[in-house]
Design a protein around this ligand. Structure first.
Ligand code: GLC
Ligand code: CA
Length: 568
């Protein structure tokens, strides 16, 4: 039953708390979303992914869920969600929800009941005795806290949490837990949603013995719970028992996954998932995590893009993204705040025309940037706080704060900048999190009025890609893979070629167009500068008795050009 509709759409991710406040309490909500659906339609969006809006103690802002069947009062209720969903559908916008089933909040009723050793809920989670007194059951580490186990003095056992201590891992080996998951899926699909983004889905199957991580594997990021022993079995079960019965799609978050491994989830006749989000291309300026910064390497970025494009070609479908709520703003990382508009547009072109379904994160379409806060107390991101606490034990506070400012997820969680007015038009009340100071120059209202804005570039590019068959079907080929400053790729389909040129530097770089490219037959579809000249001396015209030269260009800072070349 799974339709292919997700392949022709551009998705937009909403992180509800910071999207738009509709009822004046300083917190983004579904009323605000309702008011902005027309804006999304104008942007050309065909699908929305909602980060969690369910009741949650917010230890990890919604990713610690205490009730899967309703909506946190601060975001609205089922009635307003019904309205949002109906209006979205009437605008031909699909809606997918975040399905967070690797863990629940410790305040979820299942977990509260599971504290009783005799309760059937005990086995919903991983409760284990320590190895020795005072020692955790194994050596697993947590992403958000020190160890992956927390001790409960009442029952003298520890519970497992791969993330925050308030995000308790569910025991998917227990069939009752899988039934709960299916019930949640059915509830929302029956409500009318069109699918799910599945949170850290590759972690849901833990090996029964919960063996210690091996040091040499773990430093490479290989863990026993990553793509664990029964992962495919469980995903198939969810698909057969639930998803196959609806016209819906799924995209799974798959940290650390290689494209080859991704194929085991997304290819074949009855794939586990429709798409997965890989992470490699988010590591071009760091070692695995933004907290271990390195200089930006375009070659690293290109290797990541191209390896996914090549591996999945003809076998599976890519999910494309440059931003989400877990990463700092891409313009501040891979682009340049100095060349704000130029690099913002170039970054759009570099991924929106690849093969796959693009996701745009709220504010990305405006070129929103990172935002450094002066003190650690102002940060809300639990990861930032934890990293600060750990790192300042050995490193100077100022230095650690600088790393946090660059790396924290809060960079992408500041309120969306709607206008140049009070609180950036996000809310009449004091926003729950500070607004980036640059809102007078970077905001949706001003950008909508300026035909050359980043926003309007996104609009045009999305409109183009949505109707373009080359973008949907064409083969992908990277040119100049060794270049450290240019990312060039072409898409070809039925005698037509799309040539995408992206400069990742402010320096001037000479670029010779590929063989067969002639200025006369190449139509410039997009450029982030007003004019797009070729270098004067070659010009692309025939001199007497000589074959025409391939034209050349010299790039301007962060220049992008997109040509359509039609075979003569
Ligand atoms: C995913 C989410 C992230 C969350 C984590 C734990 O990575 O995207 O925001 O903190 O899972 O649920
Ligand atoms: Ca509100």
């Amino acid at each position: 039953m799974n339709g292919d509709w997700y392949k022709d759409r551009v998705f937009y991710q909403i992180w509800p708390r910071s999207f738009k406040d509709g009822n004046g309490d300083g917190i983004g909500d579904l009323y605000g979303v309702y008011d902005k659906l027309d804006y999304l339609k104008e942007l050309g969006i065909g699908g929305i992914w909602f980060s969690p809006f369910y009741p949650s103690p917010n230890a990890d802002y919604g990713y610690d869920i205490s009730d899967y069947y309703s909506i946190a009062p601060e975001y609205g209720d089922l009635d307003i969600f019904r309205k949002v969903l109906d209006k979205a559908h009437s605008l031909d916008i699909k809606v997918i929800l975040d399905l967070v089933i690797n863990h629940t909040s410790d305040e979820h009723e299942w977990f509260r009941k599971s504290r009783d050793k005799d309760s059937p809920y005990r086995d919903y989670y991983f409760w284990r005795k320590g190895k020795k007194e005072g020692r955790a059951p194994n050596n697993w580490s947590s992403f958000f806290s020190k160890g992956a186990w927390t001790f409960d003095p009442e029952t003298m056992e520890h519970y497992l949490h791969l993330h925050h201590a308030k995000q308790v891992d569910l025991n998917m080996d227990n069939p009752a837990v899988r039934e709960e998951v299916k019930k949640i899926m059915r509830f929302w699909l029956d409500f009318g949603v069109d699918g799910f983004r599945e949170d850290v889905i590759t972690y849901i199957s833990k090996p029964a013995a919960l063996p210690d991580d091996l040091f040499f594997q773990a430093v490479k990021g290989l863990r026993f719970y990553d793509c664990g022993p029964r992962i495919h079995e469980y995903l198939q079960e969810f698909r057969t028992d639930v998803l196959d019965k609806y016209d819906c799609m799924t995209v799974g978050e798959a940290p650390m996954i290689t494209p080859q491994r991704a194929l085991t989830f997304v290819s074949g006749n009855h794939p586990d998932l429709n798409m997965v989000f890989g992470f490699r291309h988010m590591e071009a300026d760091c070692l695995y995590k933004e907290y271990l910064p390195l200089p930006f390497s375009l070659r690293k970025l290109k290797r990541a893009f191209t390896s996914w494009q090549n591996a999945l070609n003809g076998k599976a479908w890519n999910a494309l993204y440059l931003e989400n709520h877990d990463h700092p703003r891409v313009l501040s990382r891979y682009g340049s705040e100095r060349y704000h508009d130029e690099s913002g547009k170039m970054l759009a072109a570099c991924y929106l025309l690849q093969k796959g379904t693009p996701f745009v994160y709220q504010g990305q379409e405006l070129g929103m940037t990172n935002f450094a806060l002066p003190s650690i107390e102002q940060y809300e991101d639990c990861v930032a706080r934890k990293q600060y606490e750990n790192a300042t034990k050995v490193l100077p506070k100022k230095f650690v704060l600088r790393i946090i400012q660059r790396a924290t997820r809060d960079n992408s969680r500041s309120p969306v900048q709607w206008t140049g007015g009070k609180n950036a038009g996000f809310s009449d009340a004091e926003p729950w999190f500070p607004v980036n100071r640059n809102y007078p120059s970077i905001n949706a209202a001003d950008e909508a009025a300026d035909p050359d804005s980043v926003l309007n570039f996104y609009r045009r590019l999305i409109a183009f890609r949505t109707k373009s068959r080359i973008v949907r079907y064409g083969d992908y080929r990277e040119l100049l893979p060794l270049s450290r400053s240019l990312y060039v790729y072409e898409r070809t389909w039925q005698g037509e070629t799309l040539l995408v040129i992206c400069s990742f530097t402010e320096k001037a770089v000479r670029y010779r167009f590929p063989k067969g490219f002639a200025a006369e037959t190449a139509e410039l579809l997009f450029c982030n500068y007003r004019t797009a000249p070729f270098d004067a001396e070659t010009g692309g015209t025939a001199r007497s008795g000589r074959k025409p030269h391939c034209p050349r260009m010299t790039t301007r800072p962060y220049e992008t050009r997109i040509y359509r070349i039609t075979k003569q």
